[in-house]
Design a protein around this ligand. Structure first.
Ligand SMILES: [Zn+2]
Length: 327
């Protein structure tokens, strides 16, 4: 079958058949027993608006990440074998965190007026004293502990793997395909002016690629219709993506300019007027690439003009039905 006839790019099958995450030459465990914490994991997510008062008429610019999951998948360590119970442990250095799941105490977040809690704003974060998180979320919390942004953290329990691997070969392959598809789309629409639901061949191929790529994570989560059943891999990538986006917003607030809102895990809203000065600094908080090519960079998505409603307090700016451009 080809992608033209299926309407779906077989991203996960490419990994399984051509680019498995090896340890030396050994293939990974494709369907190990599902570790118990996989059913209870908290992947940080948010739909958050700051209490910062925007002047009426201010332009609020929402930015979202290009190919966020490809970027996240390219940078993570994942378990090669199965995870095993490793119990409560001392806090490791961020770089020494093994792939897996960790049950940690929910840290107090003193900067809630400035930015959403690093574990997100689900009710679990407010009501539970400890939660299971994936390794990339632990790395973020350990970094915040080192910075002094959180005061206390305890690892109460863990399931980890010593042997780890990466998705690098597969991700490099996907990056190449994405670049070619974007080149083709650019040739079809050289002035960048295309309808959001354009049905020309290059636009369709790119949409199929995004669909297939995003499906790879939900498929490996359940193990249905594929060889891979590794919820821990999917959780690792989701958690890495969330941590990466949260860090961008955190660095932005360090410039002294406010983050106005964060939505859908991959959107950051700021005051448009602040951006030129922030991005001109020697160390800007993130990259901006409006072409969409640079993976992990942000691109402007939409502008809203602040109304009296926006100045009224923490109401959601977002409509939850839009899943954003995560891939
Ligand atoms: Zn098109």
């Amino acid at each position: 079958m080809t992608q033209q006839t299926t309407g779906f790019f077989p991203a996960l099958a490419r990994m399984e058949r051509q680019f498995p995450p090896l340890a030396r030459t050994r293939e990974p465990f494709w369907r190990p027993q599902i570790p118990a914490p996989a059913r209870d994991i908290l992947v940080p997510a948010w739909n958050w608006r700051s209490i910062h008062e925007c002047p009426e008429g201010a332009r609020l610019l929402s930015l979202d990440a290009n190919a966020a999951y490809i970027g996240a998948a390219g940078g993570v360590k994942v378990a090669h074998s199965h995870l095993t119970p490793t119990g409560g442990i001392d806090l490791p250095a961020p770089r020494d965190v093994l792939p897996g799941y960790y049950r940690v105490t929910v840290p107090y977040w003193a900067f809630s007026a400035t930015l959403v809690h690093p574990l997100g704003n689900s009710t679990r974060v407010e009501t539970e004293t400890d939660v299971w998180i994936a390794a990339p979320t632990l790395v973020l919390l350990l970094e915040l502990l080192e910075e002094g942004a959180i005061a206390e953290l305890t690892i109460l329990d863990s399931w980890t793997a010593q042997a780890h691997t990466t998705f690098r070969a597969w991700v490099d392959h996907l990056k190449g395909i994405r670049r070619d598809l974007m080149d083709a789309q650019h040739q079809a629409h050289p002035d960048g002016d295309r309808p959001a639901d354009c049905e020309c061949v290059p636009c369709t191929r790119l949409a199929e690629f995004k669909l297939g790529y995003s499906a790879a994570w939900s498929m490996m989560l359940t193990g249905e219709r594929c060889k891979t059943r590794r919820p821990d891999w999917a959780h690792t990538v989701y958690a890495q993506h969330a941590a990466t986006m949260w860090r961008k917003a955190w660095r932005y607030t360090a410039t002294g300019c406010p983050v106005i809102a964060m939505g859908h895990t991959d959107e950051i809203t700021v005051m448009e007027a602040d951006l030129p000065e922030v991005m001109a600094r020697p160390k800007p908080p993130f990259r901006i690439d409006a072409t969409g090519y640079a993976i992990g960079a942000l691109k402007p998505k939409s502008v809203e003009v602040a109304t009296a409603e926006h100045t009224a307090g923490p109401t959601a700016l977002y409509d939850d039905t839009d899943t954003g451009d995560l891939i």
